[in-house]
Ligand binder design. Structure first.
Ligand SMILES: Nc1nc2c(ncn2[C@@H]2O[C@H](COP(=O)(O)OP(=O)(O)O)[C@@H](O)[C@H]2O)c(=O)[nH]1
Ligand SMILES: [Mg+2]
Length: 494
């Protein structure tokens, strides 16, 4: 699978090998070759352009990991971005706990729908479900027969009607009803395809979608057709709002373009891949493994991961030492926020801390990341000198920083005040246990510490579903206007 893209990417990365050090120049040069490799693999043009600019930016911005050669580091970054390009993926088939779930399969003729219906039925059986197949492809006479044979092979009932006296929508409706009567918990609809996307096909599928209301609509795409597969995915998704794509025939000589483009172009993730004609040849799609396969450099990837982790750990240790020595600067603080962000969303992190879950719910639409972003923005607007040594920030510098970060001068003051308090406390905290530290942090956070919009948060927490900040501001103004009018009236009366 994907031999040619793997080879050409390998050549592109080796261009970095001779260079002792990553520079912006050699990154751009090397990335031109990566770009070529992706285009040759039939990845959609826009996807390639975006991909290259993201990787370039990351590569230029990333700290040099000393344990790695430049080419190894680039491979690591490309791997990360390939994963982001194809993921995340949820492999569930939403089988309801009660009632009957319906999975609607669609796709062009020959893409592998009927085969994939069989593969999914096998998978569901293995998971302990009793699937039920519905033969709704009345387009090709042999289609019903094909599904019946598969059903017999799997040991799974197949619903069908005489194509002369029925239509696909009716078959689906009756099929789901029959499945429910039989007590089946999950139904798979094998619909008809056409050679190309056409209006009649889309209309038929939309009718089924409206009348049967499936829990999932899955598109089956032939990976061998490259960009055509991606374009058809786009059209099907516009008509049906797909829940996922199943990319078939990845066992053949595909260049990889479809696998790499589908999610980026349509927003719909690939859930499964077909890797052979047999019924057991269905695999869950894992972006990390796929990215690894495309790069074909497992050892470098684990090396990269290790170096990255060590770097992060070193950095944390370094900062802790600086804290203890009272040398923790605003710049360190900013780096630390970045590291926290890498761990995941603040909400998710907070939820993992006992007692914080409820607080997260109370925050409503307020986003702790917004605060982090604002603080980061303010620090970003400072010069390195100012970050190391905030005392030099006078009134004019403060105004400039405020303008640069779109904040008020008062916000900058608050940040500086909070920060200086924090660094003092951190020195004191180094001898404390974790629990005491957390308790202290909680107390600070409740007091609006390091929080440019503390008042709003406070208001939010008081009334769990209080008005959003904009509304609050508007309400306040309205109230003020009313007060002013009342005062005027009073004055006039006098
Ligand atoms: N190599 C390979 N062939 C596949 C795969 N999935 C389906 N096929 C073949 O593709 C052809 C068309 O499949 P079919 O299920 O009839 O497509 P449909 O018209 O969409 O229902 C058949 O010959 C299948 O055996 C796959 O993952 N790998
Ligand atoms: Mg078929």
């Amino acid at each position: 699978m994907f031999e040619s893209i793997t080879q050409s990417l390998g050549r592109a990365f080796s261009a970095f090998r001779g260079t002792g050090k990553i520079t912006e120049g050699n990154i751009r040069e090397g990335m031109q070759q990566v770009r070529q490799a992706l285009l040759e693999a039939d990845v959609a043009y826009d996807v390639v352009q975006n991909f290259i600019s993201t990787v370039t930016e990351k590569a230029i911005g990333e700290e040099v990991l000393k344990a790695l050669r430049p080419d190894q580091q680039i491979v690591g970054i490309v791997h990360q971005e390939l994963m982001d390009l194809m993921g995340p993926v949820d492999h569930s088939l939403t089988v309801r706990r009660d009632g009957t779930s319906v999975i609607m399969m669609c796709g062009l003729q020959g893409s592998g729908k009927t085969t994939t219906c069989g593969k999914l039925a096998v998978r569901l059986k293995e998971q302990g479900h009793a699937p039920y197949l519905v033969a709704a492809d009345l387009q090709r006479p042999a289609a019903i027969e094909q599904l019946k044979i598969l059903g017999a092979q799997i040991g799974c009932p197949v619903y069908f009607e005489d194509p002369q006296n029925s239509n696909p929508v009716q078959v689906c409706r009756n099929g789901v009803a029959a499945a429910k009567r039989s007590g089946a918990k999950v139904v798979i609809l094998d619909t008809a395809g056409r050679l190309h996307v056409d209006a009649q096909l889309m209309q038929e599928l939309q009718q089924i979608d409206n009348q049967v209301n499936p829990d999932q609509a899955l598109l089956v795409c032939d990976a061998m057709t490259g960009q055509d597969a991606v374009q058809s995915a786009r059209a099907f998704n516009e008509a049906l709002e797909l829940d996922g794509v199943i990319l078939t025939k990845l066992d053949g000589d595909t260049r990889g373009g479809a696998a790499l483009s589908v999610k980026a172009v349509t927003g719909v993730p690939i859930k499964f891949i077909g890797v052979g004609e047999q019924l057991d040849r269905l695999e869950e799609f894992h972006p990390d493994r796929m990215a690894g396969r495309i790069l074909g450099m497992g050892d470098i990837l684990s090396l990269y991961e290790k170096a990255r982790k060590e770097f992060d750990e070193d950095e944390m240790l370094r900062q802790q030492e600086r804290m203890q020595k009272g040398k923790f600067t605003l710049d360190d603080f900013r780096n630390q926020m970045r590291q926290i962000k890498k761990l995941g969303s603040m909400r998710d992190i907070m939820k993992m801390i006992p007692g914080m879950g409820a607080l997260v719910d109370q925050l409503g639409d307020l986003n702790p990341e917004d605060d982090m972003r604002r603080i980061e923005g303010m620090i970003d607007s400072m010069t390195m000198q100012e970050r190391q040594n905030p005392e030099i920030i006078d009134r004019s510098r403060r105004n400039r920083i405020a303008r640069g970060s779109g904040m008020q001068a008062a916000d900058i003051n608050k940040l500086l005040k909070d920060f200086s308090m924090m660094s003092k406390m951190m020195q004191g905290m180094t001898n404390m246990g974790l629990r005491d530290r957390l308790r202290m942090m909680r107390g600070l956070a409740d007091g609006g510490f390091m929080n440019p919009e503390a008042e709003i948060v406070e208001k939010k927490l008081r009334s769990a579903r209080g008005p959003a900040d904009k509304d609050a501001a508007r309400d306040k103004k309205k109230k003020q206007r009313k007060e002013a009018q009342k005062a005027k009236k009073r004055n006039r009366r006098r």
